[in-house]
Design a protein. Structure first.
Length: 400
């Protein structure tokens, strides 16, 4: 670990990621509250904002990894930060024109630009961090993301409530400028070698063929699809649990996001400790049932302490589920196919999550918040039969 913290490239990339994480939370919280105010708490307007924030991830995942492999990672990250600054200026300009719904387009542009930074930072870590320290580096990055689930909403809410949308957006300009400045101190990158007789489309096709021929990866892909749909149905509706079921102001969303982040941190530690020590099939079963129950209880409860407790519990168990599933995925795919297969898996999850998110607002309007959360809980339980398709020889891979 000491060696890792003396690695100049890792520290610069991590600092850049930290600034971008802060910026992402400030942007997302500010736009959420702004849309809620302008739309008079319209759930459809909120769900559309969530779709726009996630759709670029779905769109870019198919080709982003392959493209980044062909580009200079240092230049890619710096240009992405500079384009992010331009996109924020575009949002500010749209607001000055007074037509606030156009903010959806500007948000789409802003979000899609940021998607090229993450694979570039991973590429730099692989290039400059020694193999024996790569696991620790990736683990620290994941822990940082969990921490920002806790402090991100607090920072974003504090800036928006005290200073308003404009100051929130101007703060993003400073953060992205600082990130680009830090990245300029990275060592000069060598020119990327292009693969002969290869294209982005061909590489994507090879990944899909490999996935189809690997039974366990197909099972995991189906699991991702069901899980994504379940999560998407409730992802944009947390704020309505507060305002409708608990009769709390929307600003309290930050504290519930903090609870979920604490659950994520605990869940990651628990998953790391139990993944290789207990019968994995039983762990999957227990985690799915507890998570599905927790989702439903959150909607049924009208007590703050009960809702908060189960929100924490869902964060913990859902993270255990995701970590174990990702462990199984990594153990089941050959090294040379990790990037391309992941480029297929991510759109599967995000695509079904976006479909659920798109439907959530309309479904809530037509039925009720309890019905939507109950549907999400039921859909998550549909992953239980998937366990039957994971044979002991597949699950045993997680123990090696």
């Amino acid at each position: 670990m000491k060696t890792l913290f003396s690695n100049r490239v890792y520290l610069l990339v991590t600092a850049s990621d930290l600034l971008q994480n802060i910026g992402t939370w400030i942007r997302n919280i500010a736009l959420l509250f702004f849309v809620l105010e302008k739309s008079n708490n319209d759930p459809v307007a909120v769900s559309m904002l969530t779709v726009i924030e996630y759709f670029p991830i779905f769109a870019v995942a198919l080709v982003g990894g392959a493209l980044v492999d062909r580009w200079n990672p240092k230049k890619t990250m710096i240009i992405a930060d500079l384009l992010s600054i331009v996109s924020i200026l575009l949002i500010i300009g749209v607001l000055d024109l007074g037509f606030w719904p156009a903010i959806y387009i500007a948000t789409f542009v802003s979000t899609i630009i940021t998607q090229f930074s993450q694979p570039s930072s991973i590429k730099l870590i692989k290039r400059y961090v020694e193999p024996q320290h790569v696991g620790a580096a990736v683990g620290l990055t994941q822990s940082m993301n969990s921490i920002f689930m806790i402090v991100g909403p607090v920072i974003g809410t504090a800036i928006y409530v005290n200073f308003g949308l404009k100051v929130s957006l101007y703060s993003l300009l400073i953060l992205f400028a600082l990130s680009a400045s830090l990245l300029s101190f990275l060592p000069k990158q060598t020119r990327e070698e292009k693969k002969e007789n290869s294209s982005v489309l061909k590489e994507i096709k090879e990944g899909m063929i490999y996935l189809r021929q690997n039974r366990i990866l197909v099972v995991i892909a189906v699991w991702f699809a069901i899980d994504g749909l379940s999560w998407g149905l409730i992802q944009p509706l947390d704020v309505f649990i507060l305002t409708e079921r608990l009769q709390l102001p929307k600003e309290n969303l930050q504290w519930f996001s903090m609870l979920y982040g604490v659950g994520m941190l605990a869940g990651g530690l628990i998953a790391a400790s139990i993944g290789n020590r207990f019968e994995t099939r039983k762990i999957f079963t227990v985690v799915i049932i507890v998570t599905a129950t927790g989702v439903l209880v959150q909607a049924l409860s009208t007590y703050v302490w009960l809702t908060a407790s189960f929100h924490l519990l869902v964060g913990l168990f859902y993270t255990v589920l995701q970590v174990l599933l990702n462990m199984l995925f990594i153990k089941s795919v050959q090294d040379e196919y990790v990037g391309r297969v992941n480029g297929v898996m991510v759109p599967v999850f995000i695509g079904f999550m976006l479909f659920g998110t798109f439907c959530s607002g309309f479904l809530k309007e037509a039925t009720s918040l309890i019905f939507v959360y109950g549907t999400s809980s039921f859909v998550l339980l549909l992953t239980l039969p998937i366990i039957a398709r994971l044979k002991p020889k597949h699950l045993s891979k997680m123990k090696h």
